[in-house]
Design a protein. Structure first.
Length: 233
């Protein structure tokens, strides 16, 4: 298939695939005779883009967030899914992930010593971040004493609804194909006598599920250097 590049392209491709060409009584109501209204397809498209991003980790983005002295919380932008690397730019420190259940045991390395006490109150140069303590918030450990900038390299989902005339968030055919599968899964599950077809809906869900797993593996292999092989003697 020719790669759709915009939401309009994908709308047309979807309508072609499901045999629901745009048909209305006039220009003011161009989809009045359609099984699926344009606003519904755009809603399916938005949900599909989010699903592809979450299942395949295919969209990367780098954020730079302000760190304020004596404040250990940094608000996270909503689209962030997974943090791949966290770094304080001014102090040139890479931060390690620390789970909430380990905070009570200590989590800050200081000249080779793992601090066992004062994790919640200690101040200094942050060495760790905790993501599962506050919703949509990173907690820095220890509490920073200097202003800085936190650079986060992340996988993300889409940050806005998809509307007519917008570029698609994906530029490769496998990702757009997965979007179509997910859109059809939602469309055929619509609770309407003329559209409901759970057999087709489940078929497209299975295509999406298996395809997204394969796509995630492909992307991971493309983007990550293979681990060296150790020879055993």
């Amino acid at each position: 298939m020719i790669l759709p590049k915009t939401t309009d392209d994908l709308l047309n491709r979807f309508r072609s695939d499901v045999a629901d060409p745009l048909e209305g009584v006039d220009d003011q109501d161009p989809d009045s005779e359609n099984l699926w209204k344009t606003w519904e397809i755009l809603q399916y498209m938005t949900e599909a883009a989010d699903a592809v991003a979450r299942k395949t980790n295919s969209i990367y983005k780098t954020f730079q967030l302000a760190v304020t002295a004596n404040d250990n919380e940094v608000a996270l932008p909503a689209p962030i899914l997974d943090i791949r690397c966290a770094r304080l730019l001014t102090q040139n420190v890479v931060l390690d992930d620390l789970a909430q259940n380990r905070m009570r045991d200590g989590g800050c390395w200081d000249y080779g010593t793992f601090l066992q006490n004062g994790t919640f109150t200690a101040k200094g140069r942050p060495r760790n971040y905790v993501r599962d303590r506050e919703r949509r918030m990173l907690v820095l450990v220890p509490i920073p004493t200097l202003d800085d900038t936190l650079e986060l390299q992340c996988t993300v989902t889409i940050s806005t609804d998809l509307l007519c005339g917008m570029p698609l968030p994906f530029r490769e055919l496998p990702d757009v194909t997965l979007m179509l599968h997910y859109m059809k899964y939602l469309a055929y599950a619509k609770q309407d006598a003329d559209t409901l077809d759970m057999s087709r809906s489940n078929e497209f869900l299975q295509l999406f599920t298996s395809g997204s797993m394969d796509r995630e593996v492909d992307l991971r292999q493309q983007r990550r250097t293979p681990s060296p092989i150790r020879m055993e003697w």
